[in-house]
Design a protein around this ligand. Structure first.
Ligand code: HXC
Length: 513
């Protein structure tokens, strides 16, 4: 038995060394943790159980039969994160550059199948040179097997992808199908075709970082939802993100301990400026409304005219969608509609109630927006809200104009409760634009056109720049003092916690993609 135990221990040590100490040192020299270290920090201490440690590839081309490394470049297994079951894989760059072989893919697929059957989230820590070049189409098939499972698992279990090194070619499509992507600054990149191919085909000179680094994807493309300063920061963000989510689509969201205290927030009464054209930071409202330090913003650097993210209200997870008057006056455009639409759909998949803070002057006009399909993209957000069956509450803080009023979780598209602050203005458009159109004749015939316009604007404002017309019709359930918003929301979400609502039977809808 002693010999047998020794063989086991030797193999375990061999597996933990991956591609060897030299390559581990190289990984550290780049400021990166190894796959094993990442797994160690991701899971609760001592809770990780590895699956498939001894798996090796089956390739015999290019002398590969002489280069077999236990585990074949990916660590797969399960354990506890904050006490809850999670499956994870970590690609090991020290083994053939973390490249994906047939068996590497099989290990990931097996893990995904288990995560689906047992209803727990899956986290992928990606650090890979892409398809294992020596294996050709077998590797491509392996990717497709993963993409297929990603799609089947979408909406069933939360899927999170961290990009902690290279991620190129078709390898980007697994993360793209998952729910959230995190990228580590300066050490990760994602692109379909790298700088060399770009140069050959388009003659553009661009570095890997410029083309597909964390900064490009967090600000320009919106591909990544979060960036991290370094590997550990990335791992902390994954753990925090998971804390807002249920384990699967049949569970309710987790609740943190909460002791009721004074829920009145007087600072909210001071938030809205006197002039309706003056900006204010909607994140101040979010901070005052939600539990202390509970807001985790998603996509903070992309389309910042809308703010989305997770928070807690009286200990319960909620998703927040809020127009941001500090950026483009909070207008809806192509990017903000896509960003918010996808977030709403995630929350709806996983029973996370939605709080919508509305201060929206309308859709952004212009050729750029029209030619980039604001019609189709705006419809994504409209569709996402309309089909969401989770508890949904809106608070109109100031403007709710035009089509954007309808889109931003109005009662007409299924919001359960709609509150408005006394500063709310609910109308087809702003007073100036409206007066110029409907009083065009009076203004042009007046001796002093400017004074007439001002007078008509004032008349229009008195008629519409308040929430009471909407309240009369029941489109607003209650006009509330801002300082009581948190209290009202805690009670309303509690009232809605057993909400049931079903969409008509269908295979699936046809969201305007
Ligand atoms: C096999 C690979 C590999 C790969 C890297 N290695 N990529 N082995 N298949 N795809 C090996 C290297 O031979 C090397 O082995 C070790 O990993 C580290 O690689 P280096 O090049 O030394 O590292 P670095 O300088 O950091 O460069 C990393 C890299 C580069 C940028 C990722 O290795 C690279 O460009 N690799 C190829 C990327 C690529 O074109 N992949 C295919 C994408 S297409 P040793 O033994 O020296 O340590 C694709 C299609 C998928 O993925 C389609 C799915 C639908």
């Amino acid at each position: 038995m002693e010999d047998k135990l020794k063989l086991l221990h030797d193999k375990q040590v061999e597996a933990t060394l991956g591609g060897g100490q030299n390559r581990i040192d190289k990984q550290h020299a780049k400021g990166k943790l190894t796959a094993r270290e990442r797994i160690h920090f991701l899971f609760d201490k001592g809770s990780f159980e590895e699956i498939g440690m001894m798996v090796t590839h089956r390739s015999t081309d290019f002398g590969m039969e002489r280069q077999k490394i236990l585990g074949d470049g990916v660590i797969t297994g399960y354990g506890k994160i904050n006490g809850r079951l999670v499956y994870a894989y970590a690609q090991d760059f020290t083994v053939f550059g973390g490249s994906l072989s047939e068996t590497h893919a099989e290990k990931i697929c097996r893990l995904m199948d288990m995560a689906m059957k047992n209803g727990a989230p899956i986290v992928g820590l990606n650090d890979s040179g892409g398809a294992r070049i020596q294996e050709g189409v077998k590797s491509l098939g392996g990717y497709a097997d993963i993409f297929y499972r990603n799609t089947r698992a979408s909406g069933v279990i939360p899927q999170i992808s961290a990009i902690m090194g290279p991620c190129a070619g078709g390898a980007v499509y697994s993360p793209a199908i998952t729910d959230f992507i995190l990228m580590v600054e300066d050490s990760s990149y994602m692109f379909v075709t790298g700088p060399n191919v770009v140069k050959t085909v388009t003659n553009e000179e661009v570095s890997a970082e410029e083309l597909g680094g964390a900064s490009a994807h967090s600000t320009k493309s919106g591909v990544t939802h979060f960036t991290a300063d370094h590997d550990l920061d990335c791992i902390h963000k994954i753990k925090r993100l998971l804390s807002y989510m249920p384990q699967n689509n049949e569970e309710l969201t987790p609740s943190a301990d909460y002791v009721a205290s004074d829920e009145v927030r007087p600072e909210l009464n001071e938030l809205i400026p006197d002039s309706s054209t003056q900006p204010y930071d909607i994140k101040d409202a979010i901070t005052a409304i939600c539990d202390y330090d509970s807001f985790m913003e998603v996509h903070p650097n992309y389309a910042d005219n809308i703010v989305v993210g997770f928070a807690r209200l009286a200990g319960r997870s909620i998703g927040i969608v809020a127009n941001q008057p500090m950026s483009l006056a909070g207008v809806l455009d192509v990017d903000s509609s896509k960003k918010a639409g996808r977030f709403v759909r995630f929350c709806d998949c996983f029973s996370i109630p939605l709080l919508v803070l509305v201060d929206v002057p309308g859709f952004l006009p212009g050729t750029d927006q029209e030619w980039n399909a604001i019609i189709t993209n705006g419809a994504k957000l409209l569709y996402a809200f309309s089909e969401a069956t989770v508890p949904r509450i809106s608070v109109i803080t100031r403007k709710a104009y035009g089509g954007a009023y309808d889109v931003m979780n109005s009662k007409h598209i299924g919001a359960d409760m709609n509150f408005a602050w006394p500063s709310a203005e609910i109308a087809v458009m702003g007073a100036k634009g409206a007066s110029e159109i409907i009083f065009k004749k009076e203004i042009s015939e007046a001796e002093d056109g400017t004074a007439m316009l001002l007078q008509k604007e004032q008349e229009y404002n008195e008629k519409f720049a308040h929430p009471y017309r909407a309240a009369e019709r029941g489109f607003v359930d209650e006009v509330i003092e801002p300082q009581y918003t948190r209290l009202k929301l805690i009670r309303a979400f509690e009232m809605l916690q057993n909400k049931t609502d079903e969409l008509p039977y269908k295979k699936h809808g046809n969201i305007p993609l």
